[in-house]
Design a binder for this molecule. Structure first.
Ligand SMILES: [Fe+2]
Ligand SMILES: [Fe+2]
Ligand SMILES: [Fe+2]
Ligand SMILES: [Fe+2]
Length: 399
């Protein structure tokens, strides 16, 4: 199916406002929902949060009153969309359960993007990052068993494996080594721009989530683990946002944002298993088509350029949540010992990396290590979910 969002008609903006009844969505059932439905909700919430924050930043830099009014109107709709999407999550789920789902999103969404990414340098950036969120999932799963006495397969089902990736304590790098080389907006594939926006948004939402919920816990190990992984999500936002060409104009960025929102709703509409949630993706797609039309008008008028120059003529294949177990095992087997140096990757612990590690760890065991020690001591063994056999690296197998 070919779908060109520039040729579709959406819902007029003045008919997009929702009342309390329409905003009051029924959440999904935490015990019976498809785990990937929850993943789509979390990913889409991240996209909407970025739509709101980007729009605010644009408005703060915009001197044209008529554009500021237009941005405010669209932004209010984005805010209502974010409320509807995020409120699909059930209040019954604990913060830690939702956290595990956030890391499942980071693993399976980033792995999908890495597999589909045509540019080798960008692909490497996703492959590098995914091995870290894969390890976060394992650390939080152990915290879940330790303090809530529940097992992470209740959240991830059998779709995503839970075992060590690149060890979390080694994710703490000098900030300048987290900056990548940006793509070139004039030559990169349109799909690469969409990928970068999507993963940047998902990681930004994860960073925001941990910085807010981390101190809600009483248990010292939980508070400490959220601090540690929260800091790594800051690194991940730096890593992914630096892939985006900083030379894109505000107008161009707005068009890219709205186009990506259309693409993500279209993707989830095509792949959603829950009929009720699917109808929300469909409604929001029809809203976004109009946001996109408005953004392209603004670009034509104020940037003097045709948006067709920067956008894909039709949507790429839909983004799909699906297991990536073999792909991840292959990455673990080949890239686990990578770190970054400048905008590249190396396999040895260079001097600037060592220095940063010494400063942050200061001869103490990191929370991400202690959570495993503590769970092992209490439960007899650490928590893992290895559905495809033993760990690919002998040194990281259970002992
Ligand atoms: Fe939106
Ligand atoms: Fe993570
Ligand atoms: Fe992350
Ligand atoms: Fe939008």
């Amino acid at each position: 199916m070919t779908f060109n969002p520039l040729e579709e008609r959406g819902i007029p903006l003045d008919r997009q406002v929702r009342n309390w009844r329409e905003l009051d969505v029924m959440p999904i059932d935490p015990d019976h929902a498809d785990p990937y439905t929850r993943c789509r909700i979390i990913a889409m919430n991240g996209i909407e949060v970025e739509a709101i924050l980007f729009n605010h930043q644009f408005a703060r830099h915009c001197t044209i009153p008529e554009v500021r009014r237009q941005l405010a109107e669209t932004r209010y709709i984005e805010a209502q969309q974010q409320k509807v999407v995020n409120w699909l999550l059930p209040g019954l789920a604990s913060v830690l359960e939702t956290t595990i789902a956030y890391e499942q999103v980071a693993v399976d969404l980033t792995a999908w993007v890495a597999r589909m990414e045509p540019d080798p340098y960008l692909k490497q950036a996703y492959e590098f990052g995914v091995l870290e969120d894969f390890d976060h999932l394992y650390r939080y799963a152990n915290l879940f068993e330790l303090i809530e006495h529940r097992r992470a397969e209740r959240v991830v089902d059998q779709l995503t494996e839970v075992m060590p990736g690149r060890p979390t304590m080694l994710h703490h790098r000098h900030p300048i080594d987290n900056l990548r080389e940006p793509y070139d907006k004039n030559t990169t594939a349109p799909l690469s721009k969409l990928h970068a926006l999507t993963i940047m948004s998902a990681e930004q939402q994860t960073m925001n989530f941990y910085m807010n919920v981390g101190p809600e816990y009483m248990e010292p190990i939980a508070r400490q683990l959220y601090q540690e992984i929260g800091l790594i999500e800051e690194e991940h936002v730096t890593h992914y946002e630096s892939l985006v060409d900083p030379g894109e104009t505000w107008w161009e960025q707005l068009v890219n944002h709205e186009y990506n929102e259309c693409y993500m709703y279209y993707s989830f509409l095509e792949t959603e298993s829950d009929r009720r949630v699917r109808s929300i993706w469909e409604l929001h797609l029809n809203m976004e088509l109009e946001h996109l039309r408005i953004a392209t008008e603004l670009m034509r008028r104020h940037d003097g350029r045709d948006p067709k120059e920067v956008l894909a003529p039709r949507f790429p294949a839909p983004v799909r949540f699906e297991p990536n177990k073999e792909y991840l095992r292959e990455l673990i087997a080949t890239q686990i010992d990578y770190t970054t140096l400048g905008t590249g990757y190396v396999q040895e612990a260079h001097e600037r990396f060592q220095r940063w590690q010494e400063q942050i760890h200061d001869d103490e065991r990191a929370p991400s290590e202690r959570v495993i020690d503590e769970n092992r001591a209490k439960a007899g063994e650490e928590y893992r979910l290895e559905t495809e056999g033993v760990h690919p690296l002998p040194s990281l197998r259970r002992h």
